[in-house]
Structure formats: C-alpha cells, structure tokens
Design a protein around this ligand. Structure first.
Ligand code: NAP
Length: 457
C-alpha cells in the first residue's frame, strides 16, 4: 500500500507524504465516527448551526495560510484561493443562518389529529472529493449535511491530503465533538471497501464521470444513496445580438477560473457566424492580458496544471483536435521551467463535433470556438454532449435569453449574459453524465435526510 503524496505542480517538489490507513484502522475510525452520531444528531440544531458560525470565523482567520497550502499542493493562484475560502465561510454562514428554517417540521393537514413531515439525519456519510477546489467542495458538502445531523468521513483526493488534514483540524479547533468529521487517508482503491461498511449510510462524490459511475455501481449494489457532481463541458452560446464585451469577459473568466480546471468552466464557445471574427479578435485580446505563472506571484492569473499527466492529456486532446482540422489562433507564453506543469493558454477555432475539443472535457486553459450558422444550430450544438452541468447564453434580448437558458439548454444551470458559477443560495447539480442530486440551497440540505412522515391518530 503506497503512501499518498502531495507534489508541488510549480516545481515537482514533494510537499508531503501521508501513509494510508490499513483496513483495520479504517474500520476503527469509521466505528468511532458512527458512535458520535447519536450525540451529534441530538444536539439542538441551533447549536449545530453555531458550530458552523465558528467554522466560518476560523476559515476567515486562517485563509492566507490555507490559500498558500492550496497553491503548494495543487497550484491555485493565491488570490483565487482567498476567494475560495471566502466562499467556504459564506456557505457555513448561509446554512448556519438558514438550516433551522430549511429543516423545520412541515405540518400537513390530513384526517389525523396531527400529521407532519420531519427531516431526520441518516448517519455516517462518505464524501469523496476532488483536488480542484480542495476546501470549497468539502464545505459545500459538510455544512448542509452536518447541520442536518449527519456525521461525515472524507476521502479527499490523494494529492491534497495537507488540505484534508487542515480541514479536519478546523473542526477540532472550533470545538465540534471529536470524531464528528474525520479524514480517511486512503486512495481511491479503498472507496468500495468504505462503501461496504455497514455504518456508512450514503455517499456524496464530486469528481469525474468515470469515478461517479464506479461509486454509483458499488453503492447501488449495497443500496446506499449517492449524490454525484461530475464532469462538464459547459456551452456558452453567443448569439449575433450579444453585447460582445460582456460575452467575451464572461467567456474568458468562465474558461480560466482555477487555471481552466473547473467542472463548470466555459468549455465550448458556440458563436454565431455573423459575429465570429469580431468575437475571436476580442477573445485573443483579452486572453493576451492574462499571465501564466507561479501561483505565489500576484501577477499570475493562471497557475500550473495539477500534474504532468493532466498537462500531457490536455496537450494530446489539443494536438488530436488540430490534426482533425481545429485551428490554433492564440497561444500564450509559459514560465521557462523544466519541472513545472505549465500549459499555455490556447484558443482553438473551427472546433467541430468528433474532435476531442468538442466531445471531451478539456480540463485546462484551452478555449474552443465552434461556429453556428444561426440560433437553432447553436442550441443544437450546445446540447450535443454527454454532459449537462452548466450552460450560458449571450443575447441582448433578455426574454429570448431566459427562454433558451430555461427551456432549450440541457443543463443543471442556465445563465443569461454571465458566466456560470455556484452560489450557496441556489441549487447546484447536473443532468446527463454530469451526475444527479443537488448541492447548496434549501434543496441541497435535503439530500442526506430521511424525509419522514409522522402520523398521530
Ligand atoms: P477524479 O479522478 O474522479 O477524483 C475525484 C475523487 O474521486 C478523488 O478523491 C479520487 O481519489 C476519487 N476517485 C477516483 N476514481 C475513483 C473510483 N474509481 N472510485 C472511487 N473513487 C474514485 O476527479 P479529479 O481529477 O480529481 O477532478 C476532476 C473531475 O471532477 C472533472 O471531471 C471535473 O469536471 C469534476 N468535478 C466536478 C464538480 C461538480 O461539482 N460537478 C466539481 C469539481 C470537479 P484519488 O485522488 O485517490 O484518485
């Protein structure tokens, strides 16, 4: 059983080595978390909420330190790390302020003397999480699930165990009862074993579609609920009446967030032929103002990719697409480094179905421009994907934009004249191979509860 390693993607240095738990240690730890469930679920919800207020404060106090840790383990530029941590504090505050209201009993008038619906926690929930937003993904899961009374075990991505330990440490620091939230230092090969553990009642996975399918299959075989937040290939439809400056700003922000390594990145720009050449000029101009570089430097807006394998995979997807007819119309500089996993920002034009740049998820700073002859072809191209996470449309006709975002685009979120992003107040989730279930908002807190009927004669 090999140790887990964090490797600095800017220079290849080993940042941390983490021995994995044995099966015996795993069983022991999960049993300890389970034994905490009865206590945690009986703490009044007001008090569980208070702990998440403390967590929000603790995150704010230590956000510089945590942003540096993310930069070190997965290459996120520091200012983006700070933004991520602000959002973690926000989601803790949001559920601390609203959890009680979301989970209040709901009386239903029937022929009983009293009948109502209550929301009871399930027990130990396993969270399998990715490295790309190492703090946000965990708090987005933990705040609603634990305020609802569940306890949690985290299987974080192998390369961000420093972040996983820091998060576990935060729970202890704010005084949440020991073993209510624990980190499992294991790689993905142990996930099936954990799912089989009878104390584990459900699984939340954020990650690739292939990991989602594997977890869903295992969890299905032992009849445990899953929530799956998976990959995406978000289309940004730019119609001929769009304000191009707004569209270009949103496309660039949406594509380059987290150095292009985001599930809801703008992965395909589908542009009306009448405005395509002007759109391309503006995109190149805007991309040219970005800086690929060391995530610790203020001027860097795009950091390295997470590791060499990810960088090589992206290069292969780009080269294959160019072989099939895509045109490389922009390529940025990258730092001169033999060991850093830097990939240039690129813009590909003439991208078509059948090319990896159209059909697959490009998880890095490469933008793809796809030409549409008209609105109806643009919508059809947008939906020509196995994914359905986010989508955006740019038009000066707001009513038409709403109609397209709401009715036409096959996605969990449709944005009009803005880039797709998550917000604790709004539900977040995908359709098709982007997964199922919701996180965030009043809907997310209901994923891991027993929606229970109480009936009194
Ligand atoms: P990943 O390889 O699927 O890993 C995600 C997590 O799943 C890690 O903890 C990983 O563990 C584990 N895992 C991998 N294969 C597994 C398997 N067969 N069984 C059980 N667990 C498994 O994804 P990633 O490369 O870290 O993240 C990028 C992907 O996540 C992209 O596709 C992105 O779009 C998606 N994502 C989706 C959302 C969303 O909200 N929809 C958000 C962020 C990212 P190890 O690290 O030990 O392999």
């Amino acid at each position: 059983m090999s140790d887990l390693r964090s490797i600095n993607p800017s220079n290849g240095d080993i940042v941390g080595v983490y021995p994995q738990l044995s099966e015996q240690e795993l069983n022991q730890l999960i049993a300890e978390v389970n034994s905490e469930f009865d206590l945690w679920r009986r703490i009044p919800i007001k008090d569980r909420c208070k702990y998440f207020k403390y967590l929000a404060e603790a995150i704010q106090i230590r956000k510089d330190e945590f942003a540096r840790l993310m930069a070190l383990e997965m290459g996120k530029p520091l200012f983006q790390g700070i933004g991520e941590l602000d959002k973690c504090a926000w989601v803790c505050d949001y559920y601390a302020d609203n959890g009680e209201k979301f989970l209040a009993d709901q009386t239903i008038k029937t022929d009983a003397s009293d009948s109502y619906v209550s929301f009871q926690p399930l027990g130990v929930i396993l969270a399998v999480m990715p490295w790309n937003f190492p703090f946000w993904q965990v708090f987005r899961f933990a705040a609603p699930s634990m305020i609802a009374g569940n306890v949690a075990v985290l299987k974080h991505a192998s390369n961000v165990q420093g972040c996983a330990d820091a998060i576990e440490g935060l729970f202890i620091e704010v005084g949440i009862p020991n073993n209510t939230f624990r980190n499992l230092t294991i790689d993905s090969s142990k996930v099936d074993y954990v799912i089989e553990n009878p104390f584990v009642k459900a699984v939340s996975l954020t990650g690739s579609t292939s990991a989602g399918k594997s977890v869903a299959q295992k969890a299905g075989s032992v009849l445990k609920k899953t929530v799956l937040e998976l990959g995406g290939s978000d289309p940004y439809v730019v119609l001929k009446d769009a304000d191009l400056d707004i569209a270009v700003d949103s496309c660039v922000s949406g594509r380059l967030l987290n150095s292009g390594q985001s599930c809801i990145a703008a992965k395909r720009f589908i542009v009306d032929i009448n405005i395509q050449s002007e759109f391309e000029k503006k995109i190149i101009n805007k991309m040219n103002k970005q800086k690929v570089g060391d995530p610790f430097l203020d001027k860097s807006t795009v950091g390295p990719m997470v590791n060499k394998a990810a960088k090589d995979e992206l290069s292969t997807q780009v080269l294959k697409s160019i072989d099939q007819g895509a045109k490389l119309i922009y390529e940025s500089d990258i730092p001169k480094s033999k060991t850093g996993c830097y990939h240039p920002i690129m813009v590909l034009s003439n991208v078509k179905p059948g090319m990896p740049a159209f059909d697959e998820e490009l998880f890095g700073p490469v933008a793809c421009i796809i030409t549409a002859q008209d609105e109806s072809e643009a919508i059809s191209l947008a939906n020509q994907t196995v994914y359905g996470l986010g989508a955006a449309v740019f038009t000066s006709d707001i009513e038409k934009g709403k109609e397209i975002a709401n009715i036409e685009l096959e996605a969990g979120a449709g944005f009009v004249n803005d880039f797709v992003r998550s917000d604790p107040r709004l539900p977040f989730g995908g359709v098709k191979e982007s997964g199922y279930g919701n996180e965030l908002s009043s809907y997310g807190i209901l994923e891991f509860v027993n929606i229970k009927t109480v009936y009194v004669r």
